[in-house]
Design a protein around this ligand. Structure first.
Ligand code: GLN
Length: 193
């Protein structure tokens, strides 16, 4: 759908970088919508949940009254790209945390799982997606996916860890593809909508 609109959940975090990545991927700016309120959420056909702070984003989703609607839209099949804190927010299980979440993807995540010494690093990510191939993964206080529920497909690995997964229209990565010079993940995501 060339006229489909892609939302950026814009409470917090690096949603602007995702907007720029979509532009680099050839998505017209008229199709990119910042989402904070219900009418904006209702106006989009797909959504990106950025990195940032998952606890703050969860709290704001609740405060702005769109948590349940967003959850329902994702469950109804709206294409979604969630990165880093976004992946944490959509995970069904977050180790040792009772933070507010969407909980729509059956994975278990461990927050800040790479430890303080190496809490930010770059490393090659091997994807199974021919259009993407191997890319540089930028990991910033990244979570780890420690378990995948039934039907959750691993899409990419780095250092022996699964760092990107898919279930239906939900795509989630522990790293930051929006910070790459090119935007292969965004181009691929846009092609699926
Ligand atoms: N540690 C952050 C969280 O738990 C995620 C880090 C990020 O998005 N860069 O929300």
């Amino acid at each position: 759908m060339s006229e489909s609109r892609i939302g950026l959940l814009a409470f917090q975090g690096d949603y602007e970088a995702h907007g720029k990545a979509l532009a680099r991927a050839g998505v017209a700016s008229s199709r990119i919508v910042e989402v904070r309120r219900l009418p904006e959420l209702e106006s989009v056909d797909a959504l990106i949940i950025p990195g940032g702070e998952s606890t703050v984003m969860g709290m704001l989703l609740e405060r702005f009254g769109i948590l349940e609607v967003l959850k329902a839209r994702i469950e109804a099949g709206m294409p979604l790209l969630a990165t880093c804190a976004g992946l944490i927010l959509i995970a069904k299980h977050i180790e040792g945390s009772s933070q507010t979440k969407l909980g729509v993807l059956d994975i278990t995540v461990r927050r800040n799982a790479y430890g303080r010494q190496v809490d930010s690093f770059r490393a090659p990510v091997q994807t199974r997606i021919p259009e993407i191939g191997t890319i540089e993964g930028i990991f910033i206080r990244a979570p780890k996916i420690v378990a995948l529920g039934p039907g959750v497909e691993p899409l990419a690995t780095c250092k022996g860890e699964t760092v990107m997964v898919r279930k239906g229209a939900i795509i989630a990565a522990t790293f930051h593809p929006e910070l790459l010079k090119d935007a292969p993940v965004h181009r691929w995501f846009a092609s699926l909508i």
